[in-house]
Design a protein. Sequence first.
Lengths: 374, 261, 688
Amino acid sequence: MSDVKRINPRRPYRMSPTGLRRIVLGEIASADPHIGVTAHETQQAKPLRTREPAKRWHMAVAHSERGRLDDHAREAIAAASILATPDTGVVAVILGELHENAGELGADKIVVVPDLDATRFQPQREEAVVQVLLDEFVPAHVFMPDNLRGDGDLGRRLIAKDNAFAATHVIELDARHVSVSWSGGAEIAKAPLPRFVLLAPGVVDAKLPFAGAGELLPAPKLPGVTEAYRDLGLEPTEAADIALEEADFIVSAGNGVENVETLGTLARTLGAAIGASRVAVDEGKFSRDKQIGASGKSVNATTYFAIGISGAVQHLQGIKGCRHVIAINRDGGAPIVKRADLTVIGDAEELMQALITRVSQARNQGEVPRSKDE
Amino acid sequence: MSNAFTVAALISAGRHPVSGAPRACRGDAVAMALGRRMAGDGLRVVHAGAAEEPSLQDYLALGAGTIEALPLDSSGDAVATLAAHLKNVDIILTGSNAESGAGSGLLPYALARALARPVAGNVLDARVQKTAGEGWDVEIRQFLPKGQRRRIGCALPLVIAVHPRAPVQLKYAYARRLSGRIERFPETPTDTCVAQPVWTVETASRRPIRLKARETKSGHARMQAAVVAEAKGGIVAFEGSTVDKAQVMLNYLREHRLVDF
Amino acid sequence: MRYPSIFTPIKLNQLTLPNRIYSTAHAEVYAEAGGMPGDRYIRYYEEKAKGGLSMAICGGSSPVSIDVPQGAWRPVNLTTDRVIEPMARLAETVHRHGMKIMIQATHMGRRSAYAGDPWPHLVSPSGVREFVHRGNAKAIEIEDIRRIIGDFAAAAKRVQASGFDGIEISAAHQQLIDQFWSPRSNMRTDEWGGSLENRMRFGLEVLTAVREAVGRDFCVGLRMCADEFHEDGLDHEVLKEIAQRMCETRMIDFFSVIGSGADTHNTLANCMPPMALPPEPFVHLAAGIKSVVDVPVLHAQGIRDITQAERILANGLVDMVGMTRAHIADPHIMKKVREGREDQIRQCVGANYCIDRMYSGSDTLCVQNAATSREATMPHVITPAKDARKRRVVVVGGGPAGLEAARVSRSRGHDVVLFERNSAVGGQINLAAKAPQREQMAGIVRWFDLETKRLGVDRRLDTEATPEMVLSEQPDIVVLATGGRSFTDQVANWGAKDGLSVSSWDILSEKVAPAENVLIYDGISAHAGFGTADFLASRGATVEIVTPDAKVSDDVGGTTFPIFYRRLYAQGIIPTPNFWLDRVYAEGNKKVAVLRNEYTDELEERVVDQVVIENGITPNTELYTSLKDRSLNRGQVDLASLYAAEPQPALQEATDGERFLLFRVGDCVSMHNIHAAIYDSLRLCKDF
């Protein structure tokens, strides 16, 4: 041991009554000194939008997708709650299963109808169920995403039935008015906020500084309806044929992927489209139209496998709209790890092979997945 | 082709999105082409509006043959006029959205409601078949996002709103424009239903304002929101064999219902 | 067409622009004495015009009044009629190539430093000091206000008289107009402060005077911020209100919108978003302004790629996209896009060498393109040598210097062999790209990699060149770009040889895993030191960074150190400036670092698990030493010719493979940065 002063450069501190770090000059060590990294901010629960009892209602209706709501559906609920006065309640009607908290999205009451899943075509039952709820709540305004996933269709059916003034493809709204674009965008038409509002995507900022009460109501009984339509099912789709921008499941390769064939096999096994990082494209492993990122395509897949992709900001820009990001990477410090919902550390080739084997088994043997408690 | 079922396609005035020049509405032209494939020369082509509408010439060139022009009465209620005119037609085809005016995509739904028949939207293809009995049945291929397509069966009559990406070929021929004709129908009075609200229409000059909850965020928080791309990060699996790790991934996919096996 | 939105023409007042990409006003620091645009200035913009750009706005922060110091950024001096003639030459030159040109005009108020000609008393609404520029200022008086409004009008007249296509009035980055807008700098209680209407009065009177001076048909734009990000400043909602009111006057033909205030170090770093920020971080703010105005909205900031620009335009977020740094890196973007040569675009990576130089008062240069602003002597497009015979050029080392030497020599029409001992080209840039949020440094290598392949350079990767291998190529010219190695053995007591300390290279290349408690000693204060500290911290290490400099990362520039400091404080990295590393010794399984204070000479110790040293490089000279005596020119570069951008006299000598010329470039001579390494090669090889 030398006679040179040994110094811990981290000054001891204690927490002040207001929760700030407090350094007392002259104090050499405190009884319980916190040392080191700044404490992480505690995530505070959002305040409730209102505590007043509801005298009237806004309703949002949307289909879920795999138990979650997409941005467009969230925007419809957000619109209903942003435009609600303190004595107006927001009821969200979710067709299909829901495994997330709609209260955080702004809903005070939530009705989930798991049987009316978007993958099935049963418009008349949907119409009948929503009608029951419309009769019950008599909402002043009904907000729906104007999409091709069934909400735009259902909304128009409800509007035609109601025979009331309504607005579709709404591009702007506030408490008093809606705007829609006419004549292919050359004109803007304004009207007072109608009862039915079908929203174009991106019109509402779904990030809310408040939450709804989020009370889950029992689903109404499905009325006995004989559908005029026979749902003959979804066509099997060849993922490889789907444009990347449209694909729902993408496996994407970076320069950590040596063997393009393995990636192809994995894509086929999972029924996924193939994408690539710019580096992988530059290396000539993929064509330019596969490139995902700020300088390539922006994708909106529900599931995005980032294999051997470090995750430069440019790439992350292109996958902003992806719901579940699963990364396979050698480096636990790569930026993609911060973006990914699940990161598996290891060699890309080995992990792809293992996943191909495991998924093929699961598919072929039709094994029953372990049921998870919700 | 002779049919025991009847098909009509509705066409509306189109406008070029940039120049504003009159032209066939692309979506309606696609619907008309699909109708032609289903009914051959038996297809009726119907326009609710003035026979003088310049874009009708374009439809003639695209093979409309004869266009039935139905002048609208003062109430301008196209739905009632069309419902009255088409009540005996088995299949009514429309585009998904008109190019001029509101383009709300509501017309096929309102028309179906007025005629008390089913309606199918975003249709890419429709094929009519004889059922086991005497009736006719149509099988529809419907567009869904993310590359999905659905098949739907339905008995006649019905209304079909055609998706603009329906795989049909549009062929423009000047000769057909000359040989085609426009048949004017007299104005038929209709019961006016709902008074439509007044839309104030103006030239689109600014970007729409996004609806946003009022929020007080500190200046630094606003900056962070814009400049920090990183998220919090999720689960990281370091441990275990590659087989274990493959299982971790499969579990994740199953847990979030991202796969159906 | 592949970029339909970009190539949709747009009208700004009476001007019709053929495409929607332009270059925004930036401080070039090229103007000649007295603030006159001279030959260098004109050629710089002429190159963009040749490259197919639709419009450039030049002269960032060009002052309209004589009480704005002009020493620091050498802007265009709009205060005198003498500027009209040189500006007219500039306008005429770029017009020949079909490019429109405007200039930014401003009064900077407190956004400057008084300590320089003409040693003014700066003015600001309430005399509140500006932090970034140490801008002490007096509270502006009504007489000053009247004078400055008149100065704006007179300057606008000069711009019009010079044949320019328009003028952009700056109310962004906290210039005098937005100093009036912002409650942060305006606490007045008279008719120039208080209510929004009062705070807007000065700007409105400026615009009224400008519009009266130039008439209805001259293009007048307003550059403004859309959120200052300061608690006591202007937020998005207020700035939307300002934009709407400004627009309703019908005096403004376009808005050029930026995000972020600029009067603190931390906000200033956002304004020209460095590579750490996500792409187009502030486009949503510009889109917000576009929702309240009905004239075109122009926006730059972090839009560096043509596909990205197309997507932003196609989504209708803004009407024109500024790609300013992108055009500093490659002034020929639009030409290459039109010709389907996107992969040949030298893409800006956001290293901010340009702007970091500007903030230290140096001229704007590009980290990866040494020809930019040197158009008089350095070509952007290398043409084959006309009468010179085809030579055999051997380049050793595939870092930036070697890559540029290979690219330029090959473009001159010579046979070029490039030896690189690693499996990929890029040299130290590949290490630089390992630091967190610095990945885009690799974009510099990307272009050289693609270009040297496209041009047909004979690249021998994984090959460590020996003298025999070089000679067996029968070279006419040998260019050594062998770089250096980590200079951890400068001080024997650091114990690098004994494994007591490791190098920053060891860490970034992942040769050595980060330990738990790490002291990093940064003797250089450039990007590598903090980059390594960040790499360590982001992998969970507890880190202290020690440097003898006055502050950590002292040598990285005004828009880069704030990015580093954000990460430094967020990760709890301890900055310890003003200490030298004396020695490292082991104690059990710990390492003890002995530090010496620069100013007291006192020693102190740190007990850690790992000591990492960043001390730059020492040149690799082995190959040079063995080849030097055998070369015709004994490895010497004729400095007079080099600095005059003239051919090396030795090129006149007959070479034949036995007799060859030998040159060195970049780090293998002495430690240089990327720009310098590339410039070394360009100026040497352009005449091969």
